[in-house]
Design a protein around this ligand. Sequence first.
Ligand code: NAP
Length: 488
Amino acid sequence: MTSYTPPGDGPFAIPTGLLIGERWTAAASGATIAVDDPATGATLTEVADAAVAEGIAAVDAAAAAAAEWAATAPRKRADVLLACFHAMMAQQEWLAQLISLENGKALPDARGEVAYAAEFFRWYAEEAVRIPGELATSPAGGNRIMVQYQPIGIALLITPWNFPAAMATRKIAPALAAGCTCILKPASETPLTALAVAEIMRRAGVPAGVVNVVTTSQPGPVCSAILHDPRVRKLSFTGSTQVGRVLLREAADQVISASMELGGNAPFVVFDDADLDAAIEGAMVAKMRNAGEACTAANRLYVQRGIHDAFVARLVERMGALKVGAGTDPATQCGPMINRKAVDKIERLVVDAVGKGARVELGGETPAGDGYFYPPSVIADVKPGSEILREEVFGPVAAVTAFDTADEAVALANDTEYGLAAYVYSGDLKRALAVAERIECGMVAVNRGLVSDAAAPFGGMKQSGLGREGSHHGLLEYCEAKYIAVTW
Ligand code: NAP
């Protein structure tokens, strides 16, 4: 079996095949997918390119392991997940270097991602032994109502490139805790992290067939075939709203339960009574974590007029001081974008905004040279109707607009088809909470720049998704409520 040895001291060479059942195998066709370093554009290695038959072989493997895993005692499932947590944290630095290499994010962000990703194993190890049940007397008094949460069945898990470790563990951990077996289809841009995590899990004691991994350059046909296999009962997808819509249609044919974590367009609202230092600190996190390549990234910054100019000046100073470079360089604070297409999209949105009257305060131009870089940029006075207010920029560009009243801020924040995350800064907690309640989104950070937490329900309203990941809500996505009416 082919493998890839990344730089640094690692526990093993990363298998670059398909994990189907107990074995890593090459694609039958011999086809491969190139994995590139976004800092240089050079190819790092290649991974197996599965065809439809291999997707179905992964379903066979997941089906063969399903009954035994569902019947495995919750404590044993918890022990396996906890072993995965410790095994992953033992390799935090190695995995962080790997994420920085194939995804481009700066090392501090990559280290944070590994810790966040591993935490899903620990959290769901703790949840596996606390799966709830219910017992009640029927209102008529004639029988008991017994409710049991059973594993939903084989799950197809599809993940994006922007958090190659965390998006995988956020799905695998609750699936395994609930007693489901699964097939992971990682993003083609960043498969190495998923392959490394799968091998860590295998070595930590996850039984053969419980987690299968299929990399493919034909996600449409391969995932469609899997979703049309009657043995598959769950789809969990994280990625763009556009692909999410396609997959919801695919899942409809077999009426498969679908959890959808889709795109975002987060507003970052700062009232003029906010602590300016804290708001700038929060904006740096909400905007610049992962160089802006996050679904929760602050996409539209709405700042009350009294504090607007000072906020923009401070943001320009902070963003202008960031060191741009390869993610693997320890000095880097803002790495490259994932590919050329991503840079082109950012450029298009900035050009559109400037064409409609926005002012460039910092950056705003694609540099020449190798790699997929875009500089930290601030554009102010962004006019209504600009594309950047409608589309995720998914890059290091802060688009700032002034507002006057709370009602105006809420209306601006809600003027989008998305509803994932939002941020509100105010010195008056009553006002901040009132505004948070009125913003149509699944998650609001009040006076902080980060919402993600394995213990909290992560997910969106409107076209940002269906269902929640993390917390006990995330576990129930992999369970069916079985009601038994009993007379005794
Ligand atoms: P994407 O293009 O939608 O791809 C996501 C995954 O879907 C990849 O594995 C991709 O495979 C696969 N895919 C593409 N077309 C498919 C099809 N027809 N059938 C089945 N699978 C298909 O998204 P992305 O560019 O990787 O990620 C960025 C997006 O993810 C952004 O919109 C971001 O907001 C969103 N996101 C959301 C969350 C959240 O929790 N809500 C978290 C992170 C990211 P290939 O790589 O092989 O194309």
